[in-house]
Ligand binder design. Sequence first.
Ligand SMILES: Nc1ncnc2c1ncn2[C@@H]1O[C@H](COP(=O)(O)OP(=O)(O)O)[C@@H](O)[C@H]1O
Ligand SMILES: [Mg+2]
Length: 371
Amino acid sequence: MPIITRPEPLDSSYIPDNLRHREDQIESIRGLVIDPLIAGNSSSAIIFGPPGVGKTAKCKLLARETSRVSMVYESFVTFGSIKLLLQDVLLKTGRVTLPSGTSLDYVFKALKQSQSKSGRKIVLVIDESMNAFRDENGIYNLIRAKELHSVEMSTIFVSVDNPLLYLMSGVKRMQYNPVIIKFNRYSVTELESILYNRASIALSADSYSMDILNFIAETSASSGSARVAIELLQKSAYLASHRSSSTIKVEDVRAAMAFINPYVTESKLAQLDFQDLLILLSVCISLGAKAETDVRGIRSSLDMVCEEYSVNKIGIQPLYSGLKELERIGLIEGHIVSAGPGTGTSKVVRLNDIPVSVLREKVESLIQRLS
Ligand SMILES: Nc1ncnc2c1ncn2[C@@H]1O[C@H](COP(=O)(O)OP(=O)(O)O)[C@@H](O)[C@H]1O
Ligand SMILES: [Mg+2]
């Protein structure tokens, strides 16, 4: 049984039928933009949030399921000016092509004509819209489309940052008060459920475990991005298939991470002294094929390593400060967990962005060079 049974849902352009954990935001868009427009009140909204949190997917999904208005999706990057973008809206909603050099006023006139023919109100989504706000005149006409041009249209601006924070005084003077909807980073649990959903439609059932999905979710948690998480799942699945395995393992995920995020491991390693290298090697040995290891495991590997390289045993205090240094540089990731009732806490260590086998080889060759 191949691991990947349906490749499309793992692709970055895939839009799922529903977006988990974004129900509140879609309700806000419906309740604050679409419904008022149908009732006769144009408005505009700004959606912002870091990359990979579902902004574009949400808008495209909304466009797919909204039949009460014409929902038009455009990316500002393709056009560079509001006028050119609106000409494309005209083409999409009324199949009208205007000659180049048409004025902005004329574009609005044509939009109004086309709208009175179709009778359909327009919700315009402008994705990647940060630079749109440089086109002050275009923005002014767009957010006043109803008053100035009698065009029944609401606009949703989508961007990574809230453009209002960077607005030039000209637009600020318009006393512009849009609805603002923020999309936050996904938590580990949310990423996990998104991954579970994708895996269940794209992968064979026995090729992945909840543990591996959790590992991918944890690994992508610092970005909080579903895009990163899904891409990791995709690449891990391909890497596992490539080594003719029928299941995805943590080493596949680490190798996938090295592809997505080619961290300059060499330059990180160059910052380490001999003792740090010995500790890192013991982390590798103790991890092996496991997702995480703890200080006890690292300590017993470290004793072996010290013996092998004929150096004095390294005590627990230097071990802890060495691990701290490895964490600071970003070579390992550590967190404290409860070791069970009444037993206090213990430190757990993970390696996220490079396969253990690759790191181990690099560290060993550095140690040999230094010893
Ligand atoms: N809540 C979610 N459920 C399922 N898939 C999601 C969710 N949020 C984002 N995705 C997926 O993650 C990828 C990135 O989302 P996208 O909307 O392009 O992010 P943004 O526009 O915020 O950068 C897309 O493939 C999208 O389908
Ligand atoms: Mg986007």
